[in-house]
Design a protein around this ligand. Structure first.
Ligand code: ZN
Length: 405
């Protein structure tokens, strides 16, 4: 697993004078993590902050343990400059994915290296049963880091708090409707908790650690229990006004199609989701396949699995074209709780994508790609959320200088 990837050429610049100290700290941390190690003068040049401001910020960040001094790099005449780098042991973040059937826990150090991963099956994901298990998993993960905990990111399937839509159906978490999950979990563990929907967290994970590390604008179609969409816009997650952007699972793709618990008929996730696959097995009175069994069955040419892949691809193809026409992303990444082989099979079946604005001949990337962060993608994204908040300058100030005029 790679650490925090160096991003695209887009460079965040600082603000002078020091009216936004917090922003300037993020800019310095971001520049240093992208470059690995930098001296003060290089930081000042890249961030367009004054040498004095950079010196003050570096001093603060070193005293807080977030940056470390790397010694002096010999270059040219005179006293070589001290190099600064992000201190991996400076802090840790925990990410927990609460899914309908499992809880996945990851721990990252400050450079984004994975220190710990664990999956625990969940037979009952209602709040009363989940909170004690959440605390147990936190306690277990604690042994993997000695540094201070920056924060906890939790991901859950959305949508959040939509009248008549939230917490309905087997792909959402039962009993969480109307509950402020962040406050509940934060009060239970005594550490700040950020809650995000699983697809957005997965997109953040791909952005920091996976296929999206050099891509500033992409869509991520995420297979959880249901189907979600995460969007990275100019390098940052796009959440919408209420945190529910990207709810593609309940877009109707088959008029008069299969009934959906949301009240509609023919929603996309009634065809393209793990739940749809499980339903096929239930109808055939066969045992529901576990994560690793789906790939095995696919390799054996199991007709139910092949049928499901065909159906998922048939309805995902037009959705990809629609996303391209609306959002004009560089690429669409497919990922989530499916093995690489199965995701590749779905992408393979989407070979004849409808025409869209993405049909450029000189494409740098394929229209659809597989994600690289695998089964842990949402939990990694969860752990990255507190990191992302601390090391990444906010969207409005991360525009290239030419666009700030
Ligand atoms: Zn629906």
């Amino acid at each position: 697993m790679a650490g925090l990837a160096t991003g695209p050429a887009q460079v965040a610049i600082g603000k002078n004078p020091e009216r936004s100290r917090d922003h300037n700290r993020r800019v310095v941390l971001d520049i240093v993590r992208r470059h690995g190690a930098l001296g003060r003068m290089q930081i000042a040049r890249l961030t367009q902050l004054t040498a004095q401001a950079v010196a003050n910020i570096c001093e603060d960040l070193v005293s807080e343990g977030l940056l470390m001094e790397m010694g002096r790099l010999k270059a040219g005449r005179g006293q070589p400059p001290i190099q600064f780098a992000v201190n991996p042991a400076g802090a840790a973040t925990v990410g927990i994915e609460i899914a309908t059937d499992q809880m996945v826990t990851t721990v990252l150090d400050l450079t984004g290296q994975v220190q710990y991963k664990r999956i625990r099956p969940l037979s009952d994901s209602t709040p009363n049963k989940t909170v004690p298990k959440f605390l147990e998993e936190l306690e277990r993960a604690r042994s993997s880091y000695s540094s201070r905990l920056l924060g906890i990111g939790v991901v859950m399937p959305g949508p959040f708090d939509i009248d008549g839509m939230s917490s309905v159906g087997p792909t959402t978490l039962p009993g969480w409707g109307g509950i402020d999950a962040a406050s509940l979990l934060q009060d239970a563990c005594g550490t700040p908790v950020t809650v995000e929907n699983d697809a957005t967290a997965a997109a953040v994970a791909e952005r920091l650690f996976g296929a999206g590390h050099a891509i500033s604008n992409f869509c991520m179609i995420y297979f959880g229990g249901g189907l979600g969409l995460g969007m990275i816009h100019d390098g940052a997650p796009y959440r919408g006004a209420f945190g529910n952007a990207g709810e593609i699972g309940h877009v109707v793709v088959v008029p008069e199609g299969r009934l959906c618990p949301c009240g509609h008929q023919g929603c996309l996730e009634r065809y393209a989701s793990l739940h749809a696959l499980h339903e096929k097995f239930a109808h055939a009175a066969r045992q529901i396949p576990a994560y690793e069994d789906v790939e095995h069955l696919y390799r054996q040419g199991d007709p139910l699995v092949l049928d499901w892949i065909d159906e998922a691809a048939r309805y995902l193809g037009p959705m990809v074209a629609m996303l391209e026409n609306i959002l004009d992303p560089e690429t669409v990444i497919l990922g989530g709780a499916l093995s690489d082989v199965v995701i590749d099979a779905i992408i393979g079946r989407m070979d004849r994508l409808p025409t869209s604005v993405a049909g450029r001949r000189m494409r740098a990337l394929p229209r659809v790609m597989r994600g690289q962060t695998g089964q842990y993608t949402a939990a990694l994204g969860a752990a990255a959320l507190p990191l992302f908040d601390i090391i990444t300058p906010k969207l409005e100030t991360s525009l290239p200088a030419s666009r700030l005029a």
